[in-house]
Design a protein around this ligand. Structure first.
Ligand code: SF4
Length: 258
């Protein structure tokens, strides 16, 4: 991995959903691939979720999610394409016998849903009605196949978990999570979805595919069959792309105060 020689720290001031957000971030000044930006995007996600948690708690609500409760880890977790390669590398670097065990879980889960024809249902998913997307997700959940990284109902890659997993917190009773419905699950509201912005800035960059919804269990299969895009941009450019997708507004670089 190439060494980053220069970094730049900037302040970003945004208004999302009528709420002002001020952040300070340090990003590579050198051109880097989007994967090198993942730690920054994860940190940003944690900040957005933290704001949502603060608002929920100020409203007298309590977060139900805790270690040892992995009911939601049987859902189809969407990954940004860059997270596919990050997770594949994470697995590749695991010591044996864990690496083989995790790979086997991925293969089993992949084969299970392939045999059900579930992946075909994702064709054109982005333009589907929300209720249809919900049905497809429920179908997946009803199979009760745990995420390959779930260990004793806790996430074994907590520090490296995908952005979508970071966004998923509930204030509804934990027992509802084993049979979730729109009426029984109360999510912690977040002002904007970093997972969607990250998907958008990295989608179609994987050469040879234009997959838009990438379920976590397909990560190893995709990483084996496709080449990771090596497009490089400065950290500031990646951030501008990210915030443009997050806020649906063009973010001019002058808005970043250095
Ligand atoms: S990566 Fe971790 S948090 Fe996300 S679904 Fe898997 S076990 Fe759960």
């Amino acid at each position: 991995m190439k060494e980053i020689k220069e970094w730049v720290t900037g302040k970003v001031s945004l208004t999302i959903g009528g709420k002002p957000i001020n952040m300070e971030m340090t990003v590579p000044k050198d051109p880097v691939t989007v994967r090198r930006m993942l730690p920054v995007f994860r940190q940003l996600t944690n900040s957005f979720v933290g704001i949502g948690v603060g608002a929920a708690e100020a409203d007298g609500k309590e977060i139900s999610c805790k270690a040892g409760c992995g009911a939601c880890c049987r859902q189809p977790v969407p990954l940004a394409e860059t997270e596919v390669f990050e997770l594949a590398e994470l697995v590749e670097n695991m010591p044996e016998p864990r690496r083989t065990e995790i790979k086997e879980r991925f293969d089993k889960a992949f084969e299970h849903f392939a045999s059900k024809g579930w992946f075909e249902k994702l064709d054109g998913v982005a333009s589907m009605d929300k209720s249809v997307r919900h049905e497809i997700a429920i179908e997946y959940f009803s199979e009760q196949i745990a995420c390959p990284f779930l260990e004793d109902e806790s996430c074994s890659i907590h520090e490296n978990r995908p952005v979508a997993c970071r966004e998923y917190l509930v204030t509804s009773p934990a027992e509802h999570c084993s049979s979730p419905t729109a009426d029984t699950i109360e999510m912690v509201p977040i002002l904007a979805k970093p997972s969607v912005a990250l998907c958008r800035i990295t989608q179609s960059t994987t050469k040879g595919t234009s997959v838009r919804f990438v379920p976590l269990i397909t990560a190893l299969e995709i990483a084996r069959n496709y080449e990771e895009d090596q497009t490089e941009k400065s950290g500031e450019e990646w951030m501008a792309d990210f915030f443009t997708e997050l806020t649906h507004q063009e973010i001019p670089r002058e808005n970043t105060e250095k």
